[in-house]
Structure formats: C-alpha cells, structure tokens
Design a protein around this ligand. Structure first.
Ligand code: SF4
Length: 271
C-alpha cells in the first residue's frame, strides 16, 4: 500500500496527544533524558490553556499529561481540571512516579477526579516501591486503569515478582521495557522503511511548544514544527519522509516497509 492509495478524505485521528507540563522532577533516574530535576521549567497555565486550544483543532483519542514529574508542577490540579473541561470525551492519562501522589492527598484527589488512567514508572531508579504500594489500591478502588512500567535494566528479579503480585492483587497491569532513550553502546539500528509508530499515533508537545510525532524522538533537531504554527493541524498529519535522529538507537524501531508514513493511516488508526 502506498500513500497514493489512501482515499483523500480518510478521517485522521491521532491515538495520543501528550503534553509535557514540566521538566522538573523529584527523581534523578540515570536513564532519563526528559527531566532536569529541581532545575526544570514549568509550563505556565496561560500557555497550557493555549496548547489545549491548539489541540482542539485535531482529533485525538487520549490526552497524556506528563513531564518530568507532572505532579510537582505547582498548578497540577488546576491544569488537570482545565484539560478535563476542554476534553470531556477523551481518555485522560497521567504519567507519574507516584511519589507525590502517595504523600499529598490533594494531588491524589485531583488525580482521582480528573484522570481515567495512571501510568507509573517503578524500578530501582525511581526508588518508589513503597509509594506505588500505597497508591495502587486507592486508584484501583476508584476504578482507574493503572499500568506499572519497569525498566528491566533497573530492577531486581525479586522486585519484579513483588510488583507482579501487587498488580495481580489489585487488577493493575504490569509491563516491562528496556532503556530506549539513551545510547548505551548498542549497535545502531539498520533503518529500512520509516518507523510505523510516528504518524497517526503519538504527538508529544514540549514545555516550549515544540512538537514531535513520536514519544521517543526528543533531540531538538527532531522537532518538525511547533504547536504555535498557523498550519499546526495540517503538519500533525503531514507526510513524513525522514527518520528521526533517535531512530538509530531506539529499541522501538519497527520497519513499516514504507518510505512515506501516512500510507499507514487506516492501519494505525485502528491500533
Ligand atoms: S524508531 Fe523510535 S524514535 Fe524513531 S519513530 Fe520509531 S519510536 Fe520514534
């Protein structure tokens, strides 16, 4: 199938829009390139509102609020409420390490009020086993989908077993992953066709409005446009003909066999 075989009026829907509301974090995981500890930057509420208005221009299924650690943003509750108000029908997903959620009832209440799903990174690097154990039962009792994600290079086998048991007990999902944002000396990928994950799948918006049609491609030169561009909505669904720089070292590369990714429109929209 080539891009020219896609019917001209095929509806385009993004699976996920992700807004990184802060680059601050309360942890310093070795493998993380997304956060800058306490030195990071918060997205101002006015900017966040404008980003929501821009997102209203495109169809998408899930809104992820992320960071850094999004709950350390001083306006986390207010921003979450605004997002829910803007997008009452979309699935709202919070990406968190759960540390502040376990220690601050107000933040936990805001999460229960506004979000449908909570994705929690949990391993030795996050060092948040106690907090995860405290928060998972509360979120599950409130009917939230909870996914615990552990980086295999950063967790001991007994900890993996304990997390799996916790998830079994409360009906949460446990997934594992490999470090994939960092060049850890692995050989470069042999890149054939474009990766099938970067069109009609994910849009990531950074604190400054830079956009990436992939959650992993974070080098500044991988940003193709900004949320402020007049033709932002068109650019989200525009053809992509180049690999991102990150694709060379990314564990998630999957050859679509295609040189122009929009050819996957109908396939990816159903994933
Ligand atoms: S290979 Fe990785 S960085 Fe490249 S598009 Fe796929 S998921 Fe994104």
């Amino acid at each position: 199938m080539t891009s020219s075989s896609v019917p001209p009026n095929t509806p385009r829907t993004l699976k996920t829009a992700k807004i990184k509301i802060t680059t601050k974090c309360n942890r310093h995981c070795d493998f993380c390139i997304f956060a800058e500890g306490g030195q990071g930057e918060n997205m101002p509420p006015d900017t966040f509102k404008q980003v929501l208005d821009r997102l209203a221009l495109i169809p998408f299924q899930q809104l992820h609020i992320n960071g850094g650690e999004p709950t350390v943003h001083r306006d986390f509750g207010t921003l979450s409420g605004l997002a829910r108000e803007h997008f009452p029908k979309q699935v709202m997903v919070l990406g968190s390490n759960a540390i502040t959620l376990a220690r601050n009832q107000r933040l936990l209440d805001a999460t229960v009020t506004y979000y449908d799903q909570v994705l929690i990174g949990c391993d030795e690097e996050h060092d948040n086993y106690d907090e995860v154990r405290a928060v998972v039962p509360v979120l599950r009792r409130a009917g939230k989908t909870v996914v615990i994600n552990s980086v295999l290079e950063a967790i001991a086998p007994d900890r993996l077993g304990q997390l799996a048991a916790l998830c079994d007990e409360y009906g949460a999902v446990h997934v594992t992953n490999h470090v994939h944002h960092v060049d850890v000396g692995q050989p470069a990928n042999v890149l054939g066709g474009l990766c099938d994950r970067n069109v009609d799948r994910h849009l990531m918006i950074e604190v400054d409005g830079d956009c990436y049609r992939c959650f992993n491609a974070m080098a500044k030169n991988d940003s193709e446009f900004t949320v402020w561009d007049d033709d932002f909505a068109a650019k989200v669904f525009a053809p992509r003909r180049k690999h991102y720089d990150f694709c060379l070292k990314c564990h998630e590369y999957r050859d679509s066999g295609l040189q122009v990714v929009p050819a996957l429109t109908r396939h990816t929209a159903s994933v």
